[in-house]
Design a protein around this ligand. Structure first.
Ligand SMILES: [Zn+2]
Length: 589
């Protein structure tokens, strides 16, 4: 029996009573006024010259940061849009308020630039100062970024010029969106045809659809060749001006990660691609295929998918959390009691699922629950994010409630595993196979495929930085080589598969791919620790409570984990291997 209050819709009245609530304009003007007043008070003033001046300016900045980073009016309309994307008046509000927020925010650029140009002896003094202790980590990051910050005028030029990178990507996207694939008697827009390959149960249908998709991709490959080269070249120019040593340096800097850890992770995963090979061999066997191509890898398995209503997933995820830790179930219940979870699909509502947390506003979760066990896992995943952001909020000063992109997926993947262990023993053998295949497939994507794509992206960048231009055919060849290493013998990767680089957006997101693998493998290692000894749970929570108060490596070190050692990632990889082994055993009987 579930006696807890459950609300299955967002209650946006907690933000504003309606789109025309007079408080929206009042809040917006308060933000604009605060930014203008701050600029007037500190721009061109010698506040960096004394500890006292620094303390006053930084304290004033914290108050401002709460208002600007919370951005309640804009957040409200973004959530309204997520519930109904077709409401044109909401889109107009977002555009208008967004522009006003950018203008207000631009008034503050001088502050970062001024701080970043602090003379080194003063930097050293402030980093040791007791009075400025609260701001130490913020200052460390600003001083470090100062090494890569240009003058205000140059920064403005780069920021204006940077807008055109997005236009290239949009151009290819738009050209792609216009393509229509002929499939049997149907005309399928290419962006529906690509995910459709993973839904077709007949091999012949998948082959036919891929053939149509490939035919359409071919028509825009010249454009894509220019786009990718322009995109990478533009980044090369910025990196040279900003004196970043490697193509990945800027991204890792913003994630507060170091190259040794990330490339240690990459090498660890590259050395265990045999785990992926074994998984895809199993999938091929289950699909009873003579030849398995890339477009077969996501093909559905017909049986064993457990049905679950929302009431059932709510109850079972809640039970898993309750058995795990009081904080987990407390945060879970609070979200459902307070109208912070929007559960069901609706016309106009955005697809997929997400968790969103902004400063001083409640964390919210959007789901599109359909009646199956996958939706229950999505609920566990998004709740994991909410536990992370809630614990950080409760423990940290407003400056440090966020967390690095590198650690963003740790808590969510961890929560999925907690739910997996809870639900698995209750399932039939057929359901267990289906669930294990789903979970392992996600690990293949998040870990082995993410690192394979990371390898591809790294080779693209390295070649463009070295030679200035890489022909499309060569990019395809790189794609094919790396995918062969990832899939192994079970999957036939052909040269035409390289055309996928046209629509895989990851290659335009600047080195963030490793963070999927990092999050998944850290989550599995933490889970192994908890399984070995539940006394580790407070350390797990300490990681979440730390928010962004330290670099991720330092946070992990404080709970006894050294992510800079490549050996560390073997713990997670061994756990994934054990999952694949369990599947091999289940399927051999
Ligand atoms: Zn997530």
């Amino acid at each position: 029996m579930n006696v807890h209050k459950i609300s299955s819709e967002w209650n946006l009245a907690q933000f504003y009573t309606s789109d025309t609530d007079a408080q929206i304009e009042k809040d917006m003007q308060a933000i604009e006024k605060a930014c203008a007043a701050f600029e007037k008070k500190y721009r061109g003033k010698p506040f960096i010259k004394s500890e006292r001046g620094m303390y006053d300016a930084l304290t004033a900045y914290v108050g401002l940061y709460e208002k600007v980073s919370g951005a309640k009016p804009l957040v409200y309309f973004h959530y309204r849009q997520a519930l109904n994307s077709s409401d044109a008046s909401v889109a107009a509000k977002i555009a208008l308020l967004g522009e006003r927020m950018t203008k207000a925010g631009n008034k503050l650029i001088f502050f970062d630039v001024t701080l970043s140009k602090t003379p080194v002896p003063l930097q050293k003094k402030y980093l040791k100062s007791k009075k400025l202790a609260l701001f130490r980590h913020v200052l460390e990051n600003i001083y470090e970024s100062g090494k890569h910050t240009l003058t205000e005028a140059e920064e403005r030029i780069l920021s204006l010029k940077g807008q055109t990178d997005g236009m290239w990507v949009d151009g290819v996207d738009r050209a792609l969106n216009k393509r229509v694939v002929t499939f049997k008697d149907e005309q399928v827009p290419i962006n529906e045809a690509i995910p459709k390959m993973g839904m077709l149960t007949e091999k012949a249908d998948r082959d036919l659809l891929w053939e149509g998709i490939h035919g359409e991709l071919k028509t825009i490959h010249d454009f894509c060749e220019a786009e990718l080269n322009a995109f990478y070249t533009s980044k090369k120019i910025s990196d040279e001006l900003r004196k970043y040593e490697h193509p990945y340096s800027a991204t890792l800097f913003s994630h507060e990660m170091d190259g040794k850890t990330v490339f240690g992770l990459r090498d660890a995963v590259n050395s265990r691609m045999d785990i992926a090979h074994r998984f895809f061999a199993l999938k091929k066997k289950l699909l009873k295929l003579q030849e398995m191509r890339m477009h077969d890898c996501n093909a559905p398995l017909m049986t064993g998918q457990k049905k679950m209503t929302f009431a059932e997933s709510h109850e079972s995820v809640r039970a898993a959390f309750a058995a795990f830790d009081p904080d987990y179930v407390r945060i879970f219940d609070r979200a459902f009691a307070s109208g912070h979870v929007d559960v069901f699909p609706k016309v106009g509502k955005s697809g997929g699922a997400f968790h969103s947390k902004t400063l001083n506003n409640p964390g919210v979760i959007l789901l599109n629950h359909v009646d199956d066990i996958r939706s229950a896992f999505t609920l566990a995943h998004e709740m994991g994010h909410l536990v992370h952001s809630s614990l950080a909020e409760e423990a940290q000063h407003v400056l440090y409630r966020d967390y690095s992109t590198a650690t963003a997926e740790v808590a969510s993947r961890f929560a999925e595993r907690v739910y997996f262990e809870h639900i698995l023993p209750t399932l039939s053998k057929e359901e267990q196979i289906a669930l294990r295949m789903k979970v392992a497939y996600e690990d293949m994507n998040n870990i082995f495929h993410a690192i394979s794509d990371f390898n591809i992206e790294h080779r693209f960048y390295t070649e463009v930085y070295k030679r200035g231009f890489v022909p499309f055919d060569e990019m395809c060849q790189i794609f094919v080589e790396e995918n062969k290493k990832c899939f192994g013998k079970a999957v036939t990767v052909k040269p035409e598969d390289g055309y996928r680089i046209i629509y895989i957006s990851h290659f335009r997101l600047r080195y963030y791919l490793y963070s999927y693998a990092f999050g998944s493998l850290v989550a599995r290692a933490l889970h192994a620790k908890v399984q070995a000894d539940r006394a580790f749970i407070p350390s797990l929570k300490a990681f979440m409570q730390a928010g962004s108060s330290k670099r991720p490596a330092a946070i992990f070190k404080s709970i006894g984990i050294d992510v800079s050692k490549p050996d560390f990632f073997q713990v997670g990889l061994d756990a994934i291997e054990a999952d694949v082994q369990a599947l091999e055993k289940l399927l051999s009987k």
